[in-house]
Design a protein around this ligand. Structure first.
Ligand SMILES: Nc1ncnc2c1ncn2[C@@H]1O[C@H](COP(=O)(O)OP(=O)(O)OP(=O)(O)O)[C@@H](O)[C@H]1O
Ligand SMILES: [Mg+2]
Length: 327
């Protein structure tokens, strides 16, 4: 059931591409061309990832490719909130999960959400793309209130938001390359070579080059996560929602993903919301941190402000994570 919803979400993202009219539609036959495999062999993975991202961003490649012409916001107005949640309540079978969440995502900034397991972080993310509807409260995307929009009107909103699901949500019967191409293939006006190259670039950004032909079952949890991230950024999102992007990754690769999150923000003005238990990662990517507990926001501030907070629950959380944070 959840898979079906996520599939519908990705199909809606693909609708964005159908509306572009920069050439006749081409149907692509998958699997993808092996020629897209990027050469490996560089010793320093971090340098390689950075170089791949810079190269792609510099030449207007992956993120701005194929007639997207999405302009980078010249100077994101920090006070403008791209997403706002006002007093959002949600219960399942009478059990309250969100109890009046107020949250704003300032344009061009990365907001990190931390909080105990089960406190409602993933549920909150799903409200932002309309996969869940609040029992009470409001969800806004720019000037549009979206929590009451009928499903067919959510499409244009969803096309602008990339979502990395906590459990990756790859299609098990599709190869890695097919998973990445999936959101783009319906009426995508690009050549098969373009598509193949674009898949290759996205995989290189997450250090997964050469894995186009593998099935998800052949990947580790961390590898699936990185493939899912590559799929999410294929669509040039204005907002990225990352649900535990570094969970299950070794420290070096986790840093690579953190660097990607930072670069998407710095180079493309992407507004980010990162849910994480990884305090090292939170400190690297956050412009500000929001702490959620028992379905409410209990603290907001910079990393340093929250570390020094007197609020007992915030203190307990950061003290428990303190060892990692001091690395
Ligand atoms: N579709 C659903 N139906 C019923 N209960 C749900 C549903 N989705 C989430 N819940 C419940 O809501 C609560 C919050 O879940 P959520 O996934 O948001 O937690 P979380 O903060 O993301 O935790 P974690 O850090 O472990 O990922 C949990 O008790 C969960 O069982
Ligand atoms: Mg979660």
């Amino acid at each position: 059931m959840a898979d079906q919803k996520q599939l519908a979400f990705i199909r809606l993202r693909a609708a964005k591409d159908r509306h572009q009219d920069d050439g006749p539609g081409v149907t692509h036959d998958l699997p993808l061309d092996r020629a897209a495999r990027a050469p490996g062999g560089r010793q320093d993975r971090e340098v390689k990832l950075s170089a791949a991202m810079d190269q792609s961003l510099r030449r207007g490649g992956l993120m701005l490719a194929h007639g997207q012409n999405r302009t980078v916001p010249e100077a994101p107005t920090k006070r403008d909130a791209v997403i706002r949640l006002k007093g959002v309540h949600k219960a399942f079978d009478g059990a309250a999960v969100l109890r009046g969440v107020d949250l704003e995502l300032p344009a061009g900034e990365t907001t990190v959400v931390v909080g105990p397991s089960g406190c409602g972080k993933s549920v909150m993310l799903k409200h932002i793309v309309g996969l869940l509807r609040p029992d009470a409260g409001e969800v806004w995307f720019h000037d549009t209130r979206i929590d009451r929009l009928p499903e067919h009107k959510l499409g244009p909103v969803r096309t602008r938001i990339g979502f990395l699901f906590q459990l990756s949500a790859l299609f098990d019967s599709l190869t890695v390359g097919e998973n990445l191409a999936f959101p783009l293939r319906e009426g995508r006006p690009a050549t098969a070579a373009d598509l193949t190259a674009r898949v290759g670039e996205a995989l290189e950004m997450v250090d997964m080059s050469g894995n186009e032909h593998k099935l998800p079952a052949e990947l580790s949890g961390g590898q699936k996560k990185r493939v899912a991230l590559a799929r999410a950024i294929m669509l040039q999102p204005e907002v990225m929602l990352y649900d535990e992007p570094t969970t299950g990754l070794d420290p070096e690769r986790a840093k690579g993903i953190d660097d990607l999150v930072v670069r998407l923000k710095d180079r493309l003005g992407v507004t980010g919301l990162v849910v994480t238990h990884d305090i090292v990662s939170a400190r690297r990517v956050a412009d500000r941190i929001v702490m959620l507990d028992k379905g409410r926001v209990i603290a907001t501030g910079s990393f340093d402000e929250l570390v020094r907070s007197d609020e007992p629950r915030v203190r307990a959380f950061f003290e428990a994570a303190g060892h990692a944070a001091s690395i």
